[in-house]
Every structure is written in C-alpha cells, then in structure tokens.
Design a binder for this molecule. Sequence first.
Ligand SMILES: Nc1nc2c(c(=O)[nH]1)N=C([C@H](O)[C@H](O)COP(=O)(O)OP(=O)(O)OP(=O)(O)O)CN2
Ligand SMILES: [Zn+2]
Length: 123
Amino acid sequence: MYEVCVSMNFSAAHNLRGYQGKCEALHGHNWKVEVILRSALLDKIGMVEDFTLIKSKLKEVLALFDHKYLNTLSYFKKKNPTSENIAKIIYGKMKERMNGSSVLLEAVKVWETETTFASYREP
Ligand SMILES: Nc1nc2c(c(=O)[nH]1)N=C([C@H](O)[C@H](O)COP(=O)(O)OP(=O)(O)OP(=O)(O)O)CN2
Ligand SMILES: [Zn+2]
C-alpha cells in the first residue's frame, strides 16, 4: 500500500465556547493541515496522485479558513471550531474535490500546535 501526504498551513482566530480555560477567549493559531491519500496501485507514471494537484485542491479548501475568525463562519455557528471539527470539514471538502478518483482519502490531520493534532478519517 502506498501513501502520499501534502501539508499546508493556514492562520486564523477562534474561541471555544463552553471551554473552561484560556481557550474560551479569542486567540489565534497557525494550523498545519496534512492530507493523506492511500492507494494499492500507482498510475502509469508511478504516482498515487500528483502532489501538485493535491496542493491546489488543499489550497482552495484552506482559503475558506485562512485569515478568518472561524466562529463567524457558517460551519461553526453551532459547532465549536476545534481541530477535530476543522479536520472533518476539510476531509469533506477534499473528498468532494476527489470525486471519481480511485485513490482513498485516508485521513486529514490538523495540527493546532507543534505538539497537538486531531485527525478525521471515514469509518
Ligand atoms: N481535543 C482538543 N483539545 C483542545 C483543542 C482542540 O481543538 N481539540 N483546542 C484548544 C484550544 O484551541 C487552545 O488554543 C489550545 O491550547 P493549548 O494546547 O493549551 O495550546 P498552547 O499553545 O496555548 O499551549 P501551552 O502549552 O499552554 O503553551 C484546547 N484543547
Ligand atoms: Zn485555540
């Protein structure tokens, strides 16, 4: 089985409603997002999928969040903008853009700090 991964950053502000602690207040992060694709087969030029293509899709998706106050976006009106929820939204948006591909979208990892990440994959 082959895996490829593309990572990219976005910067945004958020606050976590109902959080008992400092994260309830408005603050920001430079999130790092990793998108991991998996395939048993390679295409005829030896790739799972071209990094360039994955990067352009991910860039489009992360533009939804970059330099935004996440709590004001429709996705986070009811749900908190946690790394878990962000990972699931990015997963869905990447999946839409991979429609028809034989390659599996294995997981999306969202690093909030250098030492903490949340990931989402389909069951
Ligand atoms: N499971 C999750 N836990 C937390 C999330 C999350 O998205 N998922 N988010 C936060 C806050 O966003 C918070 O800003 C992160 O705080 P923390 O990890 O404490 O980050 P710091 O850089 O401030 O770390 P220090 O070690 O305190 O300097 C919290 N939890
Ligand atoms: Zn935070």
